[in-house]
Write a protein that binds this ligand. Structure first.
Ligand SMILES: O=C(O)CCC(=O)C(=O)O
Ligand SMILES: [Fe+2]
Length: 221
């Protein structure tokens, strides 16, 4: 199965991946963020979509805010459910391999020193949203690069659920990204406040973060 996936589709062809990674790296260098509509290799998107569709609802938990002792579930800030991804499944492994390749590329070309990666599936039910927030704060040296991919076939303009990226002050909108199937958003975690607008239908995504080595254990999970 895995052999077929890696060898049989050509969608994870190294040449294609390099073009995509180069485009992401250029954007990060120029602006600090990148949007790549429908760019996740189609074989990978299909595997992830299949896994999310087969996942029993009980695997998803209400997402919270804050870390460790400060962790609380606050439905005024975010209304989504999450499930952390491990390499124990074929889909999870394929996703983590892809994320590792992107990490290696960004390290090699932008010298970011990214050390580890964590990610979860997220399900925003109808009415779900995530108010403006930052994934990391300057000086904490924890999350450095955020990556989000969307797993929503047939997403329509009226369906809502866009990711809105703001300038570092959080006042000027920089970009609005529709969560269409296979779209990838990447941005510097400390620099761009962002929000998820209320969705009018079930919305599935993966959110992941690259960290530096040696982050403060007091603020870790
Ligand atoms: O799903 C998205 O578009 C972004 C989610 C997000 O900002 C987060 O989980 O921190
Ligand atoms: Fe976020």
């Amino acid at each position: 199965m895995e052999h077929f996936f890696l060898e049989g589709t050509g969608a994870l062809d190294t040449g294609d991946a390099c073009l995509l990674f180069a485009s992401i790296a250029d954007d990060i260098q120029d602006k600090g963020y990148s949007c790549q509509p429908g760019a996740l290799p189609s074989a990978l998107s299909a595997l992830l979509w299949q896994q999310v569709g087969e996942m029993p609802p009980v695997k998803f938990r209400e997402a919270g805010v804050g870390r460790a002792a400060n962790h609380t579930v606050d439905s005024d800030i975010r209304r989504d459910q999450i499930c952390w991804i491990t390499g124990a499944s074929v889909a999870g492994k394929a996703w983590l391999d892809w994320a590792e390749n992107l990490q290696a590329y960004l390290n090699k070309h932008l010298f970011l020193g990214l050390f580890s990666f964590e990610s979860h599936y997220a399900h925003y039910p109808e009415g779900g949203f995530y108010a403006q927030h930052q994934d990391a704060f300057k000086g904490e040296a924890n999350r450095v690069v955020s990556v989000v991919v969307y797993l929503n076939p047939d997403w329509m303009p009226g369906d809502g659920g866009e990711l809105v990226l703001y300038d570092p002050e959080g006042t000027t909108e920089l970009m609005r990204i529709a969560p269409t199937f296979g779209t990838i958003a990447v941005f510097l975690s400390e620099d761009f406040p962002h929000e998820v607008l209320p969705t009018n239908r079930d919305r599935f995504s993966i959110a992941g973060w690259y960290r530096l080595n040696g982050f403060n254990p007091l603020i870790s999970l």
